[in-house]
Design a protein around this ligand. Structure first.
Ligand code: GLN
Length: 286
């Protein structure tokens, strides 16, 4: 079979139409070609007759099989884009989401007005996307980022190195362990913790539910604010007075989460919407 670029979209459509709509298939196709084969969208338009070589065809066949099982294109390409940067990703970590870019922007807007060094803590860092994007944009920052497994931190460290920033990555199991830097205080704590109740798993797309790490997504049905409670408890101890807490959240739980934060003596609790007009972020002060 020949593989001129002009036929590629048709081949992807045939393989993926039971999983995705046309627009999404188009986006996956261009993403795959750019990130995995180094062929950008412009070449599709300018050189529709150019053929893939044998090595590219073999790779494409293997990868199309993975994509047609529902594996996210970012895992197949081993890279996700976030805040204009590339992050290595695999099944150890969540694929960074566009909403989370907005969370980063809120923290940046808050921090760039200040001239003193900002000590920032990113809890549940995963790929390191939040911490690393903050380090790129807030030059007067010292950033600590935590997660509960060394394998996750190794990937985050690699991402920090590739993006040429300095982050102090720290192994910390938020649910079970005391925070190891108990004497250090932070001006800002940010987190996008797991927040999807287990019972909602059936409503998620196959490419999320079957491939992304369950521990990064789900919380027990009977205690959906588990991570937020642990973070609020920790923040009460290690945020400076007047320091800020930034959360990405699930829109079903805002009243309970606001109440929880009030109970831990946080104030100026604000609920902010995301680009789709969905209430998504909670910001408050100690
Ligand atoms: N901080 C990472 C992200 O926002 C990982 C979040 C998580 O694992 N829940 O993508």
């Amino acid at each position: 079979m020949n593989y001129p670029l002009r036929n590629i979209k048709k081949i992807f459509k045939l393989s993926l139409s039971s999983l995705y709509g046309d627009d999404e298939i188009g986006a996956i196709t261009y993403y795959y070609f750019e990130k995995k084969l180094g062929i950008d969208k412009l070449r599709f338009a300018l050189e529709p007759d150019s053929e893939l070589n044998e090595k590219q065809i073999m790779r494409l066949q293997t990868d199309l099989r993975r994509l047609s099982c529902g594996e996210p294109v970012q895992y197949v390409c081993c890279v996700a884009e976030f805040c204009g940067l590339d992050f290595s990703v695999d099944s150890r970590v969540l694929i960074p989401r566009p909403e989370t870019e907005e969370l980063v922007q809120h923290v940046v807007n808050h921090c760039i007005k200040k001239t003193s060094i900002r000590h920032i803590l990113d809890l549940c860092t995963g790929s390191g996307c939040i911490a690393i994007s903050l380090a790129k944009q807030i030059h007067n920052s010292q950033i600590v980022a935590t997660d509960y497994q060394n394998g996750i931190l190794n990937l985050a460290r690699q991402n920090a190195e590739n993006n040429k920033v300095n982050i102090h990555f720290l192994l910390h199991d938020l649910l079970h362990d005391d925070f190891p830097l108990s004497n250090q205080k932070f001006d800002v704590i940010v987190s996008n913790p797991p927040y999807i109740p287990q019972r909602n798993k059936a409503n998620l797309h196959k490419n999320v539910a079957d491939y992304e790490p369950a521990t990064a997504l789900f919380v027990p049905d009977e205690d959906p604010l588990l991570f937020y409670r642990k973070i609020a408890e920790l923040a009460s101890l290690i945020l400076v007075p007047g320091g800020s807490l930034f959360f990405e959240t699930h829109d079903d739980f805002h009243p309970q989460l606001s109440q929880l934060l009030e109970n831990h003596d946080f104030h100026q609790i604000e609920l902010l919407k995301d680009m789709n007009d969905k209430p998504r972020f909670i910001i408050c002060k100690k």
